[in-house]
Ligand binder design. Sequence first.
Ligand code: GDP
Length: 433
Amino acid sequence: PPVVAVVGRPNVGKSTLVNRIIGRRQAVVEDVPGVTRDRVFYEAEWNGQPFTVADTGGWEYGVKGLAAKVADQAERAVEIADAVLFVVDATVGITATDEAIVAMLRRSNKPVVLVANKVDGQSQEADAAALWGLGFGYPHPVSGLHGRGTADLLDVLIDTLPDEAANSEALVARGPRRVALVGRPNVGKSSLLNSLAGNARAVVDDTAGTTRDPVDELVELDGKVWEFVDTAGIRRRQHMASGSDYYASLRTRAALERAEVAVVLLEASQRLSEQDVRIIQMVLEAGRALVLAFNKWDLVDDDRRHDLEREIDLDLQHVAWAPRINISAKTGWHKNRLVPALETSLASWETRIPTGKLNSFIGELVAAHPHPVRGGKQPRILFATQSSTRPPKFILFTTGFLDPGYRRFIINRLRQYFGFEGSPIEITMRVRE
Ligand code: GDP
């Protein structure tokens, strides 16, 4: 769900308003100075639209003056937010701290809904009107305490949020999944494609008005249409001997660019070649979902395979998360295993972890395994958010640089806990001193 940051200086009534928005179920604890709240994200809903409330009240103070501190805290939340509720105390009016927040909000370019809080009755309406001076349009008069005006406020808020429903419909309606079949020459790409597509089977694209690249091929598998990209490159027999590697790799890169998921074909009875490793690396760099298919299984000598297995495992350690299938393009053996593997990888590739869930996971992990102390300092993770899908990317907001080892630890635990089978995932840090 979209994230709404609630920002404002202390005592303007943020917690009360947040409680009002999220309902009693998961009430926010009152501010205790110097105490960090363990939760800053709350799931909420209005008119059937779910959203996440990021409450900035509990975040720690830096070392600067109060106005700057408050603005700093708010900035962290705003950075990850889709919209901002800027809460001002109408009975007090505009203070220097409010001005500091205004400056930060302007820089952020995020949609801001101005809340004139503590308008408990008619008599404070005039106070609210004075907040026009902040330059964020209509100051929505609200009483967080009594609930006055909050319904109107939420209507406006929902209107400013990105339309996720439209987005997810677009996802469903976007047509066949695009698959890149990649691998070094003679590994069996063309044979597999033939085996999947059947001999003379042509799937006609009846979507009116679409111009589909003719190098792509639509193939129906298990009652669903899949689009295999750049099949022309696969079907064309490569007569060029040396020197063609470069073009093959360009072609692979271009295919990956247009695909959502890659099937990397490998020879089951051989160790990974440098070229195999390079091709897998290309898939990772392109950020595509991945399936590893060991082909020519009909040629595998079971005794030898056993020894090979260890070596292959070592070579594939960095993609141990990818589903592996054993197939024979020639006999068609296990070709029905391809679709489930594709579906698994694509589902992981599009997974979105709710912010609240992600942060309770990180919170527990960090409590049980704190970052080692380095030079008297111990970097802490303030919170985490998933910034995108396809593939999943995460941002960790920290108080210092995390050791590479610790970063790997977090990634491993993320995978252990949430899966992501078949999808690369990425973590970046935002360091705030
Ligand atoms: P591409 O260059 O990756 O498209 O590979 P091809 O599909 O042209 O296959 C190269 C050679 O490997 C051909 O002689 C195929 O018949 C053979 N081949 C492909 N898949 C298999 C398989 O599963 N088993 C066996 N035994 N041979 C295969």
